[in-house]
Design a binder for this molecule. Structure first.
Ligand SMILES: Cc1ncc(COP(=O)(O)O)c(C=O)c1O
Length: 409
C-alpha cells in the first residue's frame, strides 16, 4: 500500500480511538480491538501502520476486495456527474443497472433499496401485497414462513421472526404474520404451508448461524414445493450471493431460480450501501406509485457502482476464484480437524469453523488471530466465520490458514 499519511500531531492512537468509540457510540457492537485507517485488496492497515489480512470482508460486502480499481473508478467518475436525484426524477444510470442486474440473475425487474434489511422488508411487503391481489388471501391474513436460526437483519419486523433472543429480547411488540419452521426440513415446511401462505423466505446458506449448508436437494425441494402450492420462494442471498460460493448465486448450486431474490452487501462494492429485490413482473408489478420507496434507493452513485459490480460478475472470474481457492480453503481446514477444530462447513470462499472449546472461544481465537495479523469474526460462541475477499491470492489464503493453525496449536 503506498500512501501519504494524514496523521498530524493530533492523530489518536488505536487505544485512544477505541476508548473514544466506547464513550461516543452506542454499544450495539463488540468490535475486535483493531482500528482500521486504510485498506487495499485483501489487506487493511491500522492507525499504527500494522497490516492485517481481512478474512471477513465486511461479511461479504467486500467480495471484490477493498477499493477494487474498477469500482473506485466507477464511483469517482460518477461523483463528478450526479450523486443523488431521489426517485422524484429519473437518473441516467438506474435503467442500465437494473437491466444488467436482471440479466445477470435471470429475473425481470429490480426494486432498488440500500441496506439488506430494507430489501428483506421490501420483499415481505411485496409478498403480502401479492398474496392479497394475486393469490386471493383474505385481507390481513397473509403469512410468511421463515427458517429457525435465520438472520435477515435488525428492523422491528425482521426481529419479529428471528428466534435469537439477543436480537429480539426487549424489542417487542412484534409484527405478526410469520411462522418459523426448522431449517433444512422439507416435511416441516410442507406442513406449515396453508391457504394464508404468501411466501417462504430462506437463506440458501445460513451465514450468521455458522455457515449452515442445507442438505443436497433442499433448495430444489423448496422450489418444487412452493411452485406446487402457489407460494412465492424468496431467497435471501444478501450474504451468500454475488460469487461468494463459487456461483453467482448460492441457489444455482441446485439450478434453482427463486421468485424473489434479495441482494445487498457486495452489490455496493464495499463503497455504498446498495440492495435490491429482483423478481419477475407478475410479482414486483404489484407495487404502484406511493406504496413503497426510499430517498436514496436507486441513486446514481449506487447505480454506477452496482453496474460496475455486475460487470465484474459477468466475467465469471470471481466465481471461478471462489471455486479454486475454496478447494484450498477446504483442504486447509480439513487438516485442522482434530487439531483445535472440531468441524467445519465450507462452500466456495466461505466457511464456518467450529473451534474446540478447550482451545478457546470463537472470540478468543479471533483476538489471537488479530494479534497475528489476520481478521475473522466469531459467531455463536465457538464458531468462527471465514469469508475472505474473492480477490485474495492463494499465498495470502495459505498465510491466513497457517496463522489459524498457529493460534489453535
Ligand atoms: C442473509 C442476510 N440478510 C440480511 C442482512 C441484513 O443486511 P444489512 O446489515 O445490510 O441490513 C444480512 C446481514 O448480515 C444477512 O447476512
Amino acid at each position: 500500500m503506498t500512501h501519504t499519511t494524514l496523521a498530524g500531531p493530533a492523530a489518536r492512537t488505536s487505544a485512544e480511538l477505541i476508548r473514544a468509540d466506547e464513550a461516543a457510540l452506542a454499544h450495539n457492537y463488540h468490535p475486535l480491538p483493531v482500528v482500521v485507517s486504510r485498506a487495499e485488496g485483501a489487506w487493511v492497515e491500522d492507525v499504527e501502520g500494522r497490516r492485517y489480512l481481512d478474512m471477513l470482508a465486511g461479511y461479504s460486502a467486500l467480495n471484490f476486495g477493498h477499493r477494487h480499481p474498477a469500482l473506485i473508478d466507477a464511483a469517482r467518475r460518477q461523483l463528478d456527474e450526479v450523486t443523488l436525484t431521489s426517485r422524484a426524477f429519473h437518473n441516467d444510470r438506474l435503467a442500465g443497472f437494473a437491466e444488467s442486474l436482471s440479466a445477470l440473475v435471470g429475473l425481470e425487474m429490480v426494486l432498488p433499496m440500500n441496506t439488506g434489511a430494507e430489501a428483506v422488508e421490501s420483499a415481505v411487503k411485496v409478498a403480502r401485497k401479492w398474496a392479497y391481489e394475486v393469490k386471493g388471501v383474505a385481507p390481513g391474513r397473509a403469512t410468511v414462513i421463515v427458517a429457525a436460526g435465520n438472520f435477515h437483519g435488525r428492523t422491528t419486523t425482521i426481529v419479529s421472526f428471528s428466534d435469537d433472543e439477543t436480537a429480539r429480547g426487549g424489542f417487542g411488540p412484534f409484527t405478526p404474520g410469520f411462522r418459523i419452521v426448522p431449517y433444512d426440513d422439507l416435511a416441516a415446511l410442507e406442513v406449515a404451508i396453508d391457504e394464508t401462505t404468501a411466501a417462504v423466505l430462506i437463506e440458501p446458506i445460513q451465514g450468521e448461524a455458522g455457515v449452515l449448508i442445507p442438505s443436497d436437494g433442499y433448495l430444489a425441494g423448496v422450489r418444487e414445493l412452493t411452485r406446487r402450492t402457489g407460494v412465492l420462494f424468496i431467497a435471501d442471498e444478501i450474504q451468500s450471493g454475488l460469487g461468494r460460493t463459487g456461483t453467482t448465486l448460492a441457489v444455482q448450486h441446485e439450478n434453482v431460480l427463486p421468485d424473489m431474490l434479495l441482494l445487498g452487501k457486495a452489490l455496493g462494492g464495499g463503497i455504498v450501501p446498495v440492495s435490491a429485490v429482483v423478481a419477475d413482473r407478475d410479482v414486483l408489478g404489484v407495487l404502484r406509485p406511493g406504496e413503497h420507496g426510499s430517498t436514496f434507493g436507486g441513486n446514481p452513485l449506487a447505480a454506477a457502482v452496482g453496474s460496475a459490480v455486475v460487470a465484474l460478475l459477468e466475467t465469471g472470474e470471481f466465481q471461478r476464484r471462489a471455486v479454486e481457492l475454496g478447494a484450498v480453503l477446504d483442504s486447509g481446514l480439513a487438516a485442522l480437524v482434530g487439531r483445535g477444530v472440531t468441524g467445519y462447513r465450507q462452500r466456495g470462499l466461505w466457511a464456518g469453523v467450529d473451534v474446540d472449546p478447550a482451545v478457546g472461544t470463537g472470540r478468543q481465537i479471533s483476538e489471537r488471530l488479530a494479534r497475528e495479523g489476520v481478521l475473522v469474526k466469531d459467531t455463536h460462541g465457538s464458531t468462527i466465520r471465514l469469508a475472505p475477499p474473492l480477490t485474495i491470492t492463494e499465498e495470502e489464503l495459505t498465510t491466513a490458514l497457517g496463522a489459524l493453525a498457529g493460534v489453535l496449536g
